[in-house]
Ligand binder design. Structure first.
Ligand code: ADP
Ligand code: ADP
Ligand code: ZN
Length: 220
């Protein structure tokens, strides 16, 4: 079962993707996390990507597709949850081609709908673990000890691109370049499920699991 977790920045894709991956035994592929690893390691790809990430623009398709191809070549297993990919029309097509080559397909696209104002509020409170990638929120999902990762004890950080002006730019980029990806899957006849994301984490998770459990049932 390969699925796409779709939605604007801050919709809860990372949070829900990690929970769903555990629940269904799937791998999670977050292009944002892969890019941030490359930035931290200061690889040539990371240095190139950072210029776009810091100002809230999309990283060029060629860079993203290189990363994803590498990943798809070696992984797959029971299935993959794509988080933050595809984000452009070139990326959705490229994923279809790569999938065709390895005999897989996207079984469902789950769209988390969240209002812009909640997003700006969430991003201001987001804290991430640079070591293990866990995500927290000082208002809504605080760690047990302030500023420390529950899972690995590392010091939590704020992302530079979560500053309000950059978040608003990312929302505009989402509307212009990423939202049309939904139409691509609608036209392809892929199963699309909209889930209200403006509710507590546990309720969103319950709704996603319910939708996915039906999505994986055999169709008549
Ligand atoms: P969020 O979880 O807030 O939506 P991500 O961690 O997915 O943010 O992405 C952070 C940044 O990394 C994006 O603003 C963009 O610059 C870059 N990025 C991540 N995934 C992609 C992608 N598939 N295509 C282009 N740029 C991407
Ligand atoms: P995305 O990957 O879509 O950018 P995240 O999962 O990183 O989103 O969530 C963005 C921020 O909002 C994080 O600080 C996270 O802890 C918080 N968050 C996620 N889901 C919810 C929710 N349902 N209610 C309130 N805050 C949430
Ligand atoms: Zn951690």
């Amino acid at each position: 079962m390969d699925i796409i977790l779709f939605g604007p920045p801050g919709a809860g894709k990372g949070t829900q993707g990690a929970l769903l991956a555990d629940h269904f035994g799937l791998q999670r592929l977050s292009t944002g996390d892969l890019l941030r690893d490359a930035v931290r390691q200061a690889t040539p790809l990371g240095l190139e990507a950072r210029r776009f990430m810091d100002v809230g623009e999309l990283v060029p398709d060629q860079v993203i597709l290189g990363l994803v191809r590498e990943y798809l070549g070696g992984e797959g297993g029971a299935g993959v949850i794509f988080d933050g990919f595809p984000r452009t029309d070139a990326q959705d097509r490229a994923l279809d081609w790569a999938h065709a080559e390895i005999g897989r397909r996207i079984d469902a696209v789950l769209v988390l709908d969240v209002s812009d104002e909640s997003i700006v509020q969430r991003m201001a409170g987001r804290r991430s673990c640079p070591a293990c990638g866990a995500v927290y929120n000082v208002h809504f999902e605080p760690p047990g000890i302030a500023g420390r990762c529950d899972r690995c004890g590392s010091e939590l950080v704020s992302r530079v691109d979560d500053e309000e002006a950059t978040v608003r730019r990312r929302l505009a980029v989402y509307q212009a370049q990423t939202a049309p990806v939904i139409d691509y899957y609608r036209l392809a006849g892929t199963r699309l499920e909209h889930v209200p994301g403006d509710q507590p984490v546990e309720q969103v998770q319950k709704a996603l699991i319910e939708r996915l459990s039906t999505a994986s049932a055999p169709t008549q």
